[in-house]
Design a protein around this ligand. Structure first.
Ligand code: 5GP
Length: 192
């Protein structure tokens, strides 16, 4: 069976979390979520081994040295990386998977897994995105500014991605992603 991989990325604070939840809840897609490793502290609402594998920087560095990651990046002072073992575990069982990464992670993932269908979620406008970021980080100017700068950069490189998805409505955006992924997977099957 062809490798069925969705890579979901997007500008900071564009609302890809909601789209991710809708994709994961879709019984027809039956996606497995690829859990990343991070040095970021766990939020009270998060579960270790469910949302992320929360590790210290020494553990993370060891994984990098031992080439256990398909890609990794630093963001806002913390490291995030995609474990090869996580992806390989599901693909060996012919499961379709969803990987969520920030923009820098997409290139290395595509190099390692050429079959991956990559999506980049963009806001309806930069003004809308700025509003969302300011609302989310209204008591933390430094974080808002970092995310805004990153989002601006990501919007500049967005045209490099094959599948740009406008998040005008998460339900519509998720359906568009589903349709494109299923079409691409059908093509891969034919090629096999
Ligand atoms: P947060 O701290 O908000 O959970 O995540 C910050 C950013 O890191 C998000 O844009 C998220 O998509 C991204 N991210 C999460 N896991 C990975 C990963 O394994 N690799 C990369 N490159 N980015 C990740």
């Amino acid at each position: 069976m062809a490798k069925r991989v969705i890579v979901l990325s997007g500008a900071s604070s564009v609302g890809k979390g909601k789209i991710k939840d809708l994709l994961l809840a879709d019984k027809e897609l039956d996606l497995r979520f690829v859990i990343s490793m991070t040095t970021r502290p766990k939020k009270p609402t998060e579960v270790d081994g469910d949302d992320y594998y929360f590790v210290d920087y020494k553990y993370f560095a060891k994984a990098v040295k031992q080439k256990e990651l398909y890609e990794y990046t630093e963001f806002n002072g913390y490291y995030y990386g995609t474990l090869k073992s996580e992806i390989d575990f599901w693909l060996k069982q012919d499961k379709a998977i969803l990987v969520e990464v920030e923009a820098a992670g997409v290139g290395p993932l595509k190099l390692n897994i050429p079959e991956a269908v990559c999506f980049f979620v963009v806001p309806t406008s930069m003004e809308e995105l700025e509003k969302q970021i300011r609302e989310k980080y209204n008591d933390d100017e430094a974080s808002a500014r970092t995310r805004l700068n990153k989002a601006k950069m990501e919007m500049e490189i967005a045209p490099l991605f094959n599948n740009q998805i406008t998040n005008d409505d998460p339900e519509r955006a998720y359906k568009e992603i589903k349709e494109i992924a299923q079409r691409e997977w059908a093509k891969l099957e034919e090629e096999e």
